[in-house]
Design a protein around this ligand. Structure first.
Ligand SMILES: *Cc1c(COP(=O)(O)O)cnc(C)c1O
Length: 423
């Protein structure tokens, strides 16, 4: 990790003048008087995304039903824009549903328990919805959660030990579902190693890329997992509840989608409306119902920047910004009870910083009242995401000064510790 920074606002401004991505801030709706540090939870609106949504609204007004003539395969256009981000073939990606519904769809496809192989292997740090989906799927198949969901316990509650995952790949495991970047500690899981080990044992493996896609480089051509799911409203800036992604490795194109629907039917026979499902011979066969065009349109605009710059540049920029933030936490905040739960190793650190403080909840509330948008995760974590495309070094520095002031002047004591919804 780069640690050759200096403190001070003048130095931060100097870093901004040298930052070759600094100008891209202009493409986003930066709100005056506000520092947005929650791009890991909901990416900021960009001008390009809003323009593409507006265009779609115009098409609806002018064309009515005829808009479907080409939009019924709109997902293919978005898949092609997304494919370079994970180095997959566009045909291996379909843009559909939500992360959670795509986990259901993938498990319905790949989880065929037998007497000897009936378990789904998960970890205890993944986002809860992934567990809800896994638990309900084993119950649909007639098992209890206790007998069929095998959970790898993290030793410290923050990181997953890959050796422990491999050890848990026993003969009774049918499918593995793991995160790629942990949503709290931002640990990056070694997908290549785990995929190789799973495949040696004949186990299907899939990953949840929610906190990884658009934040880190991913090479599925090399990793070759069986499936993957992700949302598009975090680092991809697709908009509130924008449509999710599902990757199906091309070696599985002969498999029947577990949750079938008419939009997964072959394009050339879909509108013959036959009662026999004839799936598309690629990932688009995993679409279910009509594509949510307005929820996808933002991606047509927002993904342009990613394709223009490439993930290598974006990742390098993000690593430097998280390193700078961690440097400032060490230098300026350690005396005030702050620490971070991230790895300092660039290979293991995703796109956000996991700031820890025992008063995290009240500090997050005070941050919001002082022009900073953070997000809080129980029990003591404030996630701060300095986003490559729109967070400046100056903003990072100002956030640190605000954090210092909130504790030094005991401002957080003015806030209640009673939890409310959403953030
Ligand atoms: C954000 C997130 C989700 C969200 O699921 P949706 O179904 O898209 O709402 C799922 N899993 C992980 C790991 C996440 O970070």
């Amino acid at each position: 990790m780069n640690t050759t920074f200096q403190t001070g606002l003048a130095y931060a401004k100097e870093l901004d003048t040298k930052d070759e991505l600094h100008q891209y801030r202009e493409d986003f709706f930066i709100q005056p008087g506000e520092i947005y540090m929650d791009g890991n939870s909901l990416g900021m609106a960009s001008k390009a995304a809003v323009t593409s949504i507006e265009k779609m609204i115009e098409r609806w007004k002018k064309e009515g039903v005829q808009a479907w003539n080409d939009l019924y395969i709109y997902g293919e256009k978005i898949s092609a824009l997304m494919a370079p981000l994970i180095n997959a073939k566009p045909q291996e990606i379909t843009v559909t549903g939500s992360t959670t519904s795509n986990i259901h769809s993938a498990l319905a496809t790949f989880y065929h328990p037998t007497k000897d192989r009936y378990k789904i292997l998960v970890d205890d740090l993944n986002f809860p919805t992934d567990r809800y989906a896994v638990d309900s799927m084993v119950e649909i198949k007639g098992y209890s959660i206790e007998e069929a969901v095998k959970v790898i316990q993290s030793a410290d509650g923050e990181f997953i030990d890959e050796d422990a995952v491999i050890e848990a790949m026993t003969d009774d495991v049918s499918v593995i579902l793991l995160p790629t970047v942990l949503y709290r500690s931002a640990q990056i899981i070694d997908m290549k190693r785990l995929t190789e080990e799973a495949h040696k044992r004949g186990i299907i493996i899939g990953f949840d890329l929610c906190h990884a896609i658009g934040a880190i480089e991913i090479d599925f051509k090399e990793i070759q997992p069986d499936f993957a799911v992700w949302c598009t409203y975090k680092y991809l800036n697709g908009g509130l509840g924008s449509t999710a992604g599902l990757y199906i490795n091309q070696k599985h194109f002969d498999k029947k989608p577990g949750l079938a629907g008419w939009f997964g039917n072959r394009n050339d026979t879909q509108f013959q409306l036959k009662h026999q499902f004839d799936p598309q011979p690629d990932a688009s066969g995993w679409q279910i119902g009509s594509p949510a065009i307005f929820s996808m349109a933002g991606l047509e605009g927002s993904l342009q920047i990613f394709n223009q710059l490439g993930m290598k540049k974006i990742r390098a920029n993000s690593l430097n910004k998280t390193a700078y933030l961690m440097f400032l936490i060490d230098k300026e905040l350690a005396d005030y009870g702050y620490s971070y739960g991230n790895s300092t190793d660039d290979k293991v650190r995703g796109g956000h910083v996991c700031l820890q403080h025992e008063e995290a909840y009240r500090i997050a509330a005070a941050l919001r009242n002082n022009g900073v948008v953070p997000d809080f995760r129980e029990p003591n974590v404030i996630r701060l995401a300095p986003i490559a495309l729109y967070t400046s070094y100056e903003e990072i520095n100002l956030v640190v000064q605000t954090l210092k002031k909130i504790v030094a002047e005991k401002i957080y004591e003015e806030y209640s510790n009673t939890r409310s919804s959403v953030v």
